[in-house]
Every structure is written in structure tokens, then in C-alpha cells.
Ligand binder design. Structure first.
Ligand SMILES: Nc1ncnc2c1ncn2[C@@H]1O[C@H](COP(=O)(O)OP(=O)(O)O)[C@@H](O)[C@H]1O
Ligand SMILES: [Mg+2]
Length: 343
């Protein structure tokens, strides 16, 4: 891993709709290094996309607002940077790929035109050079017959090909930071694997850092170095992928891993992930936000918010019972005993 590229520290984001204030992000911290792929996982609504948008300073205001915290990119706090400087940064250093490529490509222009425009904005190239570069980018992302494809419109491409085009556009500025928000969710499994392999290849070539947002823990396992597990706008656990998969510390992480295993085994059925639902973020959450759904909840969990503590090097968890491993073991035994007797 290279130098630290991005550091988000104690970030808070709110959305105000009428008189309702949704506290979407509540004290998120993490860092990302050159060449590193960081996975952000969590159920729908946990704040993954808002975290990514905040890092790019793309929170729509109104209704959204970063209320506190810092976003440090290459040593500079960009949380207050003016829009014109931010736009430059977004064009030259940071790129984002969204889930649905159909909404991100303009249907009335050819793919070549859109790619060329993006290249010409970021690089000072002639039309001819930009066309050459577009061709090279399409070939790079594995689009066959690239020369003919440049003249085609987005609707003439399959979903997987459109997502490749989006990746080509996102990479055309050779970003140092690529944020991919569920980039393969809309694609079938084979295409998904191809796109992910492509992103890893391009990372090797360009040395960029990737923030990979996904609800699929299999994708994280395949592609990421480190992971943060989000819930109710907070980081419940973070560590290297190996640490978190070998030794998940938060009951929420256990739940996510269990439901993933269950859904892998029953790919036909839609399984409820973890029983219950996340807290309403328009009310203040006292204590641990997972308390209502946690099978190990105790009084203290509802009373005070657990601090995030490091259990081993780089592996952190926000749970009252993780600092006392004997307590955890006791609970685990009790739980195994209970299920063994069928109660
Ligand atoms: N434009 C918005 N206006 C109001 N609330 C929003 C907006 N965008 C996101 N939120 C709220 O922020 C929370 C986190 O959303 P999001 O980051 O999109 O979740 P995820 O990507 O993990 O599914 C949700 O409660 C959502 O309702
Ligand atoms: Mg999202």
C-alpha cells in the first residue's frame, strides 16, 4: 500500500426536508491509501452512498449538509473548498461510477462524443488526439470493435458494455481516487466478474485507490484490501478484509456474513437479512444504533454509545462487549447452549 490519499474524520451529514432532519452520517472516520481498495458495506440506507458523495463533495445542498468533520485529500482539508477548486479536483483526480449506467450516459449523444468530451475537459488535447484517446480507452475496458462503437448511442449497448463505457469515462482523467457505488449491482454475475476484474487490472496499471461500495460481501472478499461496515450512518467495524472475515467482532457484521452465506446457499429465495429494521435517523439514537436488533443486547447498549476500540492492529469495533472478550465468550456459550436445547 502507498501513501495516505484520503482521510475522512468524524464526519456528520444531515438532510433537512421540511421540519424533518435526517441524521444520515454520524461520526464516520476512515482512511484510504494509494493502491488500496476499501470496501464499504452495510444494508440499504446505512449511509454508504452519502459517505461517497461527501468524499466527492457531491451532497446536494439543500437538502443535505456536512455539519462537521473533515475530508482530507492529500493532506488538504477539502470539506470547505470552493466549488471551482472542487470541480477541478473531481475532474482531474477523483472519479465516480454509479450503479445504473443508463442514467449516467446521455441518450442523445454517441458514446464516442461523450467520451471525447470528458477527455477534452480534463486534458488539453485536440479533437483528433481526443478521438485517439477515446479509442484507446474503449479498447482498454475491453469493448470489441471500438472504432465502430464510438459512433453508436448508449441504447445500442448492453448493460455490461454501458458500464464499461462509464468506467472508461471515469478513468479518462486517470483518477487517483475512483469511487464505485454498487458498480455491478445491475449486471449479471458473469459480467459483474468481468467488470470487477477489469477494475483491478486498471488499478494495477494506474495505481489508483478504489472505494468500492457494495452490499455484496463476496465482492468485497474478491476485490478489497480493507473494509468498513456501516450501520445507521456509523462505522460499526473496520479492519483488513482478512481480519473482518476471519474474526468478525460486531454482532451486526456476524449478521451480515450469516445472511450472505444463507443467500448464497439459497440463491432462488429472497431471504430477510437480519430481523428487524434500522432506527429512524430523524430521531436521536441513544446508545448503540444496533441495540434493537442485537441478539446480545444488554442494558448498557441502550444507555450509552459504544466507543470504537482497536482489538488488534487496524481492527476496530464499536461494541460494548468487545473490550471484554471473556464476556463475549460467555454469551457465545450461552447462545450455543440455548440453540442446542432447541429453546
Ligand atoms: N437527498 C436526500 N434527501 C434526504 N435524505 C437522504 C438523501 N440522500 C440520502 N438520504 C438519507 O440518508 C440515509 C443514507 O442513505 P444512503 O447513503 O443513500 O444509503 P445506502 O447507500 O447505504 O443505501 C438514508 O436514511 C437516506 O434516506
Ligand atoms: Mg447507496
Amino acid at each position: 500500500m502507498g501513501e495516505e490519499l484520503l482521510r475522512v474524520e468524524d464526519l456528520f451529514v444531515e438532510f433537512k426536508t421540511g421540519s424533518i432532519v435526517t441524521k444520515a452520517i454520524n461520526g464516520v472516520s476512515f482512511s484510504l491509501h494509494q493502491n488500496e481498495t476499501l470496501g464499504i458495506v452495510g444494508e440499504s440506507g446505512s449511509g454508504k452512498s452519502v459517505t461517497a458523495s461527501a468524499a466527492m463533495r457531491l451532497i446536494p445542498n439543500p437538502p443535505g449538509r456536512i455539519t462537521s468533520g473533515s475530508i482530507v485529500y492529500k493532506g488538504q482539508d477539502i470539506s470547505q473548498l470552493n466549488e471551482s477548486k472542487m470541480r477541478k479536483l473531481r475532474g482531474n483526480e477523483m472519479s465516480m461510477i454509479f450503479q445504473d449506467p443508463t442514467t449516467s450516459l446521455n441518450p442523445v449523444f454517441t458514446v464516442g462524443h461523450q467520451l471525447m468530451e470528458s477527455i477534452r475537459i480534463h486534458k488539453n488535447l485536440s479533437k483528433r488526439e481526443a478521438k485517439q484517446e477515446s479509442l484507446r480507452m474503449l479498447e482498454l475496458v475491453g469493448i470489441p470493435a471500438a472504432k465502430q462503437r464510438l459512433k453508436m448511442y448508449p441504447h445500442e449497448f448492453s448493460g455490461g458494455m454501458r458500464q464499461r463505457v462509464m468506467i472508461a469515462i471515469a478513468l479518462s482523467c486517470q483518477p487517483q481516487l475512483l469511487i464505485a457505488d454498487e458498480p455491478t449491482t445491475a449486471l449479471d454475475v458473469t459480467v459483474q466478474a468481468q467488470i470487477l476484474a477489469l477494475m483491478k487490472d486498471l488499478q494495477r496499471e494506474f495505481g489508483m485507490a478504489i472505494m468500492m461500495i457494495t452490499h455484496d460481501l463476496g465482492v468485497v472478499w474478491e476485490t478489497c484490501d480493507s473494509i468498513i461496515v456501516m450501520y445507521a450512518g456509523q462505522v460499526m467495524e473496520r479492519g483488513s478484509v482478512r481480519q473482518v472475515y476471519d474474526k468478525p467482532l460486531h454482532p451486526y457484521t456476524w449478521g451480515l456474513l450469516d445472511s450472505q452465506i444463507a443467500s448464497d446457499q439459497n440463491s432462488q429465495e429472497v431471504l430477510p437479512a437480519i430481523p428487524g429494521s434500522p432506527p429512524d435517523l430523524s430521531f436521536d439514537v441513544q446508545g448503540c444504533p444496533f441495540a434493537d436488533r442485537c441478539p446480545y443486547v444488554e442494558e448498557i447498549c441502550r444507555e450509552s454509545k459504544p466507543a470504537r476500540v482497536a482489538i488488534e492492529d487496524g481492527h476496530e469495533v464499536a461494541c460494548h462487549f468487545q473490550t471484554d472478550t471473556s464476556e463475549l465468550t460467555r454469551k457465545e456459550e450461552a447462545n450455543i447452549g440455548a440453540s442446542a436445547t432447541g429453546s
